[in-house]
Design a protein around this ligand. Sequence first.
Ligand code: GLA
Length: 521
Amino acid sequence: MESRLRMRHWIAAGFWIALISGGPLPARAQAPLLGAWAFEPTQTFPQFTKMVVQRHKGQLSGVITSQWYGDLPMLNLRIDHDQLIFQINNGNPRLTPRDLTARIQGGHLVLTGRLWDQDLDATAHPATPSELAALRFPTYALPPPRPVPDNGLARTPPMGWNSWNKFGQEIDDKTVREIADALVKTGLRDAGYRYVNIDDGWQGARDANGVLQPNSKFPDMRALAAYVHARGLKLGLYSSPGPKSCAGYPGSYGHVEQDARTWAAWGVDYLKYDLCSGEAFYHTPETVQAVYQQMGEALQATGRPILYSLCEYGRFDVGGWGRKVGGNLWRTTGDITDDYAAMSKIGFDQNGAPHNVGPGGWNDPDMLEVGNGGMSLDEYRTHMSLWALMAAPLLLGDDVRSIQPDILALLSNRDVIAIDQDRLGRQGLPLRRLGDLEIWARPLADGALALGVFNRSAGPMTVSLDWAELGLKRPQTLRDVWRAADLDPAQDRITWEIPAHGVALLRLGGVMGAANPVTVQ
Ligand code: GLA
């Protein structure tokens, strides 16, 4: 039985090789592995669908197709005894290439190996011509480069809430409504947090016409948008230019304009567009830019003002072209997590280029973790101060329904929000870096200077500031933002004890202006 099956494979594979390559039938010893294969349907990442391996003029080559990544060449392809060994590159610079192995077992082709943290285990059978045709992965043309007009939104960094950091995929209509109510009740809406953004996990299937439907956790998006709007808030959604979102839901691949129209019809006001599986299709500066431009144009063509958030992790100097593709903010890093090490690495060491930032377009160092429990209050003050000094979007990431008073006070601090939202739109920069002491400055529209004095060490630090030593003229007013206290600006030197991983945030009035002594590049 086994040998008869093998013979059938050999015949099928040989047939396909001859058909695909037009070349001679492969050597018998290797033939069982060559040819066209159709994988058994599976939901397991990355959902392989087909594989075609051929030898032409002695050269082995192959393409493996998956629902996440479309057609990918099989790299370093070789046959070792009864195994076909190869690697794939999904376009992610962080993916370490590892050998994947295909062998014939029990009459089937079995593919094993590891991709990211997933063990692969996919089984295939020889593909018939009609199977192969049905599994063809479509590709689509991208628009030629042309600037997308400014949509007039985000004159200051966007503020609101996003579901991902706290809820991940466990998000539903009821929770979003309750969050909207909580934003109103807590006063956070009136403090400026206006967007209620549903991240990954709302998407369902496409209908017969290709229209994307929400999943069962979101029975009626139009009604949800109306509910949010009725509370003076705005609704945001999430998608990907790839066929799959990062969590494996349908992306907008092949449906860009259609999806933009669907969201506009629902009343959506904000889109976060996350590269995810699109990184396999768009992995050059030109293609990534083009695919973000395509959605930028599609959003504008709807006629509805939709704020556009680019999420491609800061690749290919996105700050240099984010505005040109219609973007209002662009992620500059990978994902934040709720711990001081990750937050401070992003906040202190991975800021996007400051010259790209200003009304309409902002560097996005990722959403806030304040209130999620992984950092001390001092560390969360550092988080918030850094984001405000950087003119970063302020997207709450916690469960505001059960927000604690100290976290609410921290997030509602009007002076911090005023720094973040300053209409000059300049991004702050380090003025001094002295070991664990960092002093950051951000010039503000009224001639004031926001100054963050950070202690990055794990113990308290006594810091004395001398305006002259810092190259600053004596301020006319001096506000200690976190203590909500006006200090005497007449003193030459001011001293604090700054707690471990903590910050003193100051607003120095009348420091900038005509005789501007401060150079914040
Ligand atoms: C990526 C993004 C995150 C979040 C998840 C959702 O990792 O960077 O912000 O949107 O996808 O799957």
